[in-house]
Write a protein that binds this ligand. Structure first.
Ligand code: AMP
Length: 297
C-alpha cells in the first residue's frame, strides 16, 4: 500500500493510473476504522482497478465543542487494516495540505444541509461538502463509497456531485451493525459500558417504528410520538434531537402530514434518529420501502 500525504503527489499518481486506463474507487474516511468502513473498502476493491482510501479528520466539519481534538485517532492500526484489506493507496494529508494559508473557497449545498443534523451542527455540512469536493477532485474516482448510516451526508454529496458536474458515481452501502443492532461508529468508543448498553434503544426504536409504519394503521404523527417517547424513556438518553419519519429525497419531516402509509404518495420513508447520550451524539436511520407494502396487510 502506497501512503501519500501531499495532494499534488496524489494527483500525479492518480493521473498515471488513469492514463493507463485504470478505474479508481475511493472511500473517504476520518479514520478510527471499524467494520463499517471496511465494508466500503471491500466493495470499492471489488468494483474498481485501484482502490484509494483517505484518512483526514476534517476540522471544518466540527463545531467549537472540542469534538475535533478528542476525535479518536488510530493511524497505526488503521494502516495495518487497510493494508490487509488490499488497499492500493492511502491518502493521508495534513490539515495544511487541505487548507493552506489563504484558503477561501467553500461548498454549500442549500436546503438539504439545513435539515436533520444541520439544525444541531451549524456549518457541519458545509465542512463536509467542501472537503469531499476537494477529495473527489484530488482522487478523481469513477466511484466513491459512502455508508447509509450517514444518509443525510450521502444525499448532500450526491447533490454536490450533480450540481458541480463531478465525474464520479456515488455508491451507498448498508449500515454495518454490532450484534445487538447498534450502528458501528468511531464515536461508540466514547460510551461507558452503561451508555453503550443504553444506546441499543436507538436501533430498537427504529425497528419497532418500522413495524408500525408497515402495519399501515398508524399515522406518521403517531410514529414520531412513539419514537420520541421510547427514546426519552431511556434514562441515559439526555437529549432527543430528532426522531421522526422523513421524506428520503427532501428530508422534510412528514409527521405533520398525519397520514398513514397507505395515504402517502412517495415510494419510501426514512425513519431517522439523533440522540445525545452523555457527551456523545449518536445517529441512525432505517429506510422503509413502501412499494410492495401497501395493501399487503
Ligand atoms: P467517517 O469516518 O465517520 O467519516 O465515515 C466514513 C464513511 O464510512 C462514511 O461514508 C460513513 O457513512 C461510513 N460509515 C461509518 N459508519 C458506518 C457503518 N456502521 N456502516 C456503514 N458505513 C459506515
Amino acid at each position: 500500500m502506497e501512503v501519500i500525504g501531499n495532494p499534488g503527489v496524489m494527483q500525479q499518481t492518480v493521473k498515471e493510473y488513469l492514463q493507463r486506463g485504470n478505474s479508481i474507487g475511493f472511500v473517504p474516511t476520518m479514520g478510527a476504522l471499524h467494520e463499517g468502513h471496511l465494508s466500503l473498502v471491500r466493495r470499492c476493491r471489488e468494483e474498481n482497478d485501484i482502490s484509494v482510501v483517505s484518512i483526514f479528520v476534517n476540522p471544518m466539519q466540527f463545531g467549537p465543542s472540542g469534538d475535533f481534538s478528542r476525535y479518536p485517532r488510530n493511524v497505526e492500526e488503521d494502516m495495518a487494516e487497510l493494508s490487509k484489506a488490499g488497499v492500493d493507496i492511502l491518502f493521508m494529508p495534513g490539515i495544511e495540505d487541505i487548507y493552506p494559508e489563504g484558503f477561501a473557497t467553500y461548498v454549500n449545498v442549500d436546503h438539504l444541509s439545513d435539515k436533520l443534523c444541520g439544525h444541531f451542527r451549524p456549518g457541519h455540512f458545509r465542512g463536509v461538502a467542501t472537503v469531499v469536493t476537494k477529495l473527489l477532485n484530488i482522487a478523481r474516482p469513477a466511484r466513491a463509497y459512502f455508508g447509509r448510516k450517514d444518509f443525510q451526508q450521502f444525499l448532500i454529496i450526491k447533490q454536490l456531485v450533480r450540481d458541480l458536474n463531478l465525474d464520479t458515481e456515488t455508491v451507498i452501502c448498508p449500515t454495518v451493525r454490532e450484534a445487538d443492532g447498534l450502528a458501528m461508529s468511531s464515536r461508540n468508543q466514547y460510551l461507558s459500558p452503561e451508555e453503550r448498553n443504553a444506546a441499543t434503544v436507538i436501533y430498537r426504536t427504529l425497528c419497532e417504528a418500522k413495524k408500525m409504519v408497515i402495519s399501515e394503521k398508524i399515522t406518521f404523527g403517531e410514529i414520531r410520538s412513539f419514537m420520541e417517547r421510547t427514546l426519552a424513556a431511556e434514562p441515559l438518553v439526555d437529549e432527543v434531537q430528532y426522531a421522526s419519519a422523513f421524506d428520503p429525497g427532501t428530508l422534510e419531516d412528514i409527521s405533520s402530514l398525519n397520514v398513514t402509509i397507505d395515504k402517502y404518495e412517495k415510494e419510501a420513508v426514512l425513519l431517522a434518529i439523533a440522540v445525545r447520550i452523555g457527551s456523545t451524539r449518536l445517529i441512525d436511520n432505517e429506510p422503509v420501502e413502501i412499494t410492495g407494502i401497501k395493501g399487503g396487510n
